[in-house]
Design a protein around this ligand. Structure first.
Ligand code: SOE
Length: 397
């Protein structure tokens, strides 16, 4: 069986998630399209790099990301660093002939995201694959929702409402990590989590063509944290700590129009007490409705118009071995999958694209469509007007 050597750049929270995916993929998906080997790792923090060898099972750690990109034995590079280094690493890796799985959003700059998409289009000609880590579109319940939509079970799509609400930065003492600094993150909550909803809604309902938005920053300053590691609200820094400015958005809400004629709304915030990973969708069609909530990951609620009037209502379908990605689930419905299995499904799709020389649905070219919507959302807020999502789509390179 073919083996593919993996180099991981950035071994924090998302690095761990990628490792779980690589390590578990052949266990869940067998025969695997190819077997990933954890070859080398680099983190900007030398202690984390060393620890990743012992903890995750990499063969070695490297002193720079360039050492991984230039290693002829590496086939795949996973980029799990903050947004401002994605473009430089991804473009160098694609040019070096490595397959690249990059965390979202693509970059801290729209121009760099475009250059990444263009580099991926050139690399594609040589069989080199790219993927942006929009894992939520691969949730079995979401893939099943797409099947129901394509089968016409809820008729013509009318409205799709998406929300991504979290609470980890609601506390003003939650520190100023790179996610609150424009020069590193590019865009705040909109880039961090609204992007997931944009990706899923475009997956389910097609391209978004127009947006009008309202973007807000609620906590203008936060306490500075000493280390660069993103603590995601797990640590609070007391009120007398040094404060620094937040120059990105805490929340964004926008109305959207789809090419298909459907309309919708998207809201994202990391300041919603009580909401943890509340990624929800409510889809209304002429013949029914579908509801999903990530906090009930293994469930999909459906309501069909052809039920008798006196017993029409939402039914809960529990996803499991009868639904998409049965390999990643367990033999009994209700045993359920979690975030780790979801990351494993993502890795499976990436390795399959490499092994079978096909394209992932979230390659850089496709994922650039998410960036275009974000760009229109930010512009709409600045100009206080509806914005057309750039019509340059399809004209990359
Ligand atoms: C923080 O908001 C975060 O880690 C996001 O960056 C991820 O994309 C999301 O899936 C979980 O929350």
């Amino acid at each position: 069986m073919k083996k593919l050597n993996v180099g991981l750049i950035g071994a924090g929270f998302m690095g761990k998630a990628h490792v779980i995916g690589y390590a578990n993929m052949p266990t869940l998906f067998w025969p695997a399209p190819a077997v990933p080997i954890l070859r080398s790792v680099h983190d900007i923090n030398a202690e984390i790099s060393k620890e990743a060898v012992a903890r995750f099972g990499f063969e070695k750690h490297e002193v720079s990301w360039q050492a991984i990109v230039n290693d002829p034995e590496i086939d795949i590079i996973s980029i799990c660093t903050p947004n401002d280094s994605h473009a430089e690493i991804a473009i160098a890796a694609l040019k070096a002939g490595k397959h690249v799985l990059c965390e979202k959003p693509m970059s801290n700059s729209f121009e760099d995201a475009k250059t990444m998409a263009e580099a991926a289009i050139v690399a594609k000609e040589k069989g080199i694959k790219s993927m942006c880590a929009y894992q939520y579109r691969r949730i079995p319940a979401i893939v099943f929702a797409k099947q129901l939509i394509e089968e016409g079970k809820i008729g013509k799509l009318l409205n799709i409402r998406g929300q991504y609400l979290q609470s980890w930065s609601a506390d003003p003492n939650s520190p100023l990590s790179w996610r609150f600094q424009k020069k590193v993150s590019g865009v705040g909550t909109t880039g961090d989590i609204a992007t997931h909803v944009i990706d899923i809604t475009q997956y389910l309902a097609g391209d978004i063509t127009d947006v009008v938005s309202q973007v807000s920053t609620f906590i203008p300053q936060r306490p500075v944290q000493e280390c660069g590691v993103d603590l995601l609200g797990t640590v609070k820094i007391p009120g007398d700590a040094k404060l620094a400015d937040v120059d990105v958005d805490d929340e964004s809400s926008f109305l959207v129009k789809f090419k298909s004629g459907a309309v919708g709304s998207i809201e994202a915030t990391r300041n919603a007490w009580g909401r943890n990973n509340f990624l929800t969708l409510e889809i209304h069609g002429t013949k029914g409705s579908i509801v999903f909530n990530y906090e009930r990951l293994n469930e999909l609620q459906v309501c069909f118009s052809d039920s008798p009037d006196d017993r029409r209502g939402f039914t809960t379908i529990y996803t499991g071995p009868l639904h998409p990605y049965p390999e990643a689930t367990w033999n009994i419905q209700g045993l359920n999958i979690g975030y780790g299995e979801l990351k494993t499904i993502e890795i499976y799709e990436f390795i399959k694209a490499i092994a079978e020389n096909t394209e992932s649905s979230t390659n850089f070219e496709q994922s650039y469509k998410v960036e275009e919507v974000v760009q229109a959302v930010m512009k709409s807020h600045q100009t206080n007007t509806w914005q057309t999502v750039r019509d340059e789509r399809g004209n990359l390179v």
